[in-house]
Every structure is written in structure tokens, then in C-alpha cells.
Design a binder for this molecule. Structure first.
Ligand SMILES: [Zn+2]
Length: 326
């Protein structure tokens, strides 16, 4: 029994790319998830910064403070301690038993889709693991490393921490978490290099991009370049694109922040994941844009059920996945 217009006339070979920032984890897990502006306070980093004798004035953005630290080799030790503190804090976090926004996001995308995250918290990785096998999932990529993953120094293969590489028989090593924003050098770590290469490819080919809780492209040179070079592809201008922003900021702030990246202005803002195309047309988000464009009429939604029961959610997604080829 397939309805809702045969699940919008069957899946097409189109790719939905999702970019997650700290706001996504905060939306899913609440205030104990820090964002860059309260990071120092939440992780109690102030004594370490003071001990290093660094004068940060009123600066609250952790990335800016960290930048100052790494620009001076005298602070190497402090920078290392801060990275340890970050690992400790985020490694200790765990998903609740109930289904979270991260579970909902993953089961609603297909293997041709991709989720890129800047977040160090373990939720995307852990949600991937517990949904794996229940329904075909999208690829996941950690642009700034992650506390749960390790990677092979020899070949760049990655997986859970402290696992032995099946290719090289070497133990996976931790992927560094901190990259100074002023001169981010992603080429030093094989895993990170390959993730940024993948990001360029995916962003270039994406039919739809969802940016969820990502607030600061202006201060992150590499991220701006990624969005500019790949999404707003200057060599091959797009005739249309669909960008969905999930964010709690005001519409006018969001418009100011994102309009440089959306030249044809097909940009849609929403404050909650449940109202997004991904949640309303699970596993058919691209088709939910494509169908009205080509048929000239809207398509009915078939949103994820409002349950926090993970098995129920997986069953719902698996029913849709049954109508996907391959
Ligand atoms: Zn290897």
C-alpha cells in the first residue's frame, strides 16, 4: 500500500546535504550543550585561559579565543589542556533511550544524502550506530573531528575510536578537534582532508541543502569558502537551488546571514526541525521540492510520527525505504 501519490512518484537520483552546527545539538538536547558563545563558561575553561595569562577582554566566542592561544607557541600547553577538557566533556554525553532529533534526521535521509557536522558531541555518531541496520542511512562526516571517532594515519579509513584499521592493521588514532579559524589547515590530518574534499563534492552536487543550527559562517573562513565555492558554484551557476535553514534566530537576521549564499532566493526558514522538509517528507525531501516544480501543484506531506519511540520511528522510515531501489 503506497499512497501519498506513490510517495511523490518514487525516489529520484537527487542529493540532500545537511550541515549541522551547535544549535542543532542544543535544539535536540537542551542547554547543557554549549554553543561557541557560552562554551568557555559551560566547559569551565576560564581558569585555564587566565592561567595562560591571555587577555581576552569581553570576547566570548571560543573559536576567537582559541585562535589567540594557538597563535602564540607559549600557549601550546594550555591549548592541549583545553582540547583534553573538550574531549572529556563531550565523551561523557550520551543519547537518551527515547528517539531524538538526530534519530529522526538520520532515518529521514537516504544513502545518497549526506550529513556534515561541525559538532564534537557524540550524538550524530551514536544515533547513526543505533539506527544502522534498521533503515538505510545517509553518510556522516565530521568537519572538525569528533570525540567518538578515530582514523587510520596510513590510509585515512575511520570508525569508532580505538579500533584497528582493517586495511593497515594499525590502531585508529584520535582525530584532532581544534583548528584555528584564522588559518585552518585541514590538510595535515588525512581524515579531515578527505572529509573537506567530500564536502566540496557533495555541496556542489546537492539538490537541496539544509543548514541546521549553524550560526557563524562569517568567522569561519574555510566554511565560507566551502559554501561559496561549492554551493554557489561560480564556474557553473545554478539555475535553482533550495536552501532550508532551521534556526531560532529572527527571520531578518537569518536573511542577512544567508542571502549571500542563495543567489536565486529559494531560501526557506523554519524554527523547528519538525516543520522542515526532511521531517515532513522523510526520505523524499528532494522530491518534495522537485514534484511541485515540475508538476505545478503541491504534494501532500507524510510527516514522521510524533513519537519518541525509536522502534516505531524506524518502522515508519523502513516502510518508506521499501519503495526505494537498491
Ligand atoms: Zn589504514
Amino acid at each position: 500500500m503506497v499512497t501519498k501519490q506513490q510517495l511523490i512518484e518514487g525516489p529520484r537520483d537527487k542529493c540532500h546535504v545537511v550541515l549541522l552546527g551547535a544549535g542543532a545539538s542544543r535544539a535536540a538536547f537542551g542547554k547543557n550543550l554549549p554553543v561557541m558563545n557560552d562554551f568557555v563558561q559551560t566547559l569551565k575553561l576560564r581558569p585555564l585561559i587566565d592561567e595562560a595569562g591571555l587577555d581576552v577582554g569581553n570576547e566570548k566566542n571560543f573559536e576567537v579565543i582559541y585562535d589567540q592561544l594557538v597563535c602564540d607557541s607559549r600557549h601550546e600547553n594550555t591549548a592541549r589542556k583545553i582540547e583534553c577538557r573538550i574531549r572529556e566533556y563531550f565523551s561523557g554525553l550520551a543519547l537518551p533511550v527515547e528517539a531524538t532529533i538526530y534519530d529522526r534526521l538520520l532515518v529521514s535521509l537516504r544513502p545518497t544524502d549526506a550529513v556534515f557536522t561541525f559538532n564534537w558531541d557524540p550524538f550524530l555518531f551514536d544515533a547513526y550506530r543505533r539506527n544502522y541496520g534498521a533503515v538505510p542511512l545517509p553518510g556522516i562526516f565530521f568537519l572538525h573531528g569528533n570525540v567518538r571517532i578515530g582514523a587510520c594515519r596510513g590510509c585515512g579509513k575511520w570508525g569508532a575510536r580505538s579500533v584497528i584499521c582493517p586495511n593497515c592493521s594499525q590502531m585508529f588514532v584520535d582525530v584532532p578537534l581544534l583548528y584555528p579559524i584564522g588559518k585552518k589547515d585541514y590538510s595535515k590530518v588525512l581524515y579531515i582532508q578527505s572529509v573537506w574534499e567530500s564536502a566540496k563534492l557533495f555541496f556542489r552536487e546537492a539538490f537541496t541543502l539544509t543548514i541546521f543550527g549553524y550560526g557563524a559562517p562569517a568567522s569561519d573562513v574555510a566554511a565560507v569558502q566551502l559554501l561559496r565555492l561549492a554551493w554557489v558554484n561560480e564556474e557553473r551557476p545554478r539555475t535553482f537551488e533550495h536552501i532550508e535553514i532551521i534556526d531560532t534566530a529572527t527571520q531578518s537576521d537569518l536573511y542577512d546571514r544567508w542571502s549571500p549564499f542563495t543567489p536565486t532566493h529559494h531560501c526557506h526558514f523554519t524554527t523547528a526541525f519538525k516543520n522542515s522538509h526532511i521531517a515532513r517528507w522523510p526520505r523524499r525531501s528532494c522530491e518534495s521540492y522537485f514534484y511541485p516544480m515540475t508538476q505545478g501543484k503541491p504534494c501532500e506531506d507524510f510527516p514522521l510520527p510524533p513519537t519518541d519511540n525509536l522502534a516505531e520511528l524506524q518502522r515508519y522510515a523502513a516502510d518508506i525505504a521499501r519503495h526505494e531501489v537498491g
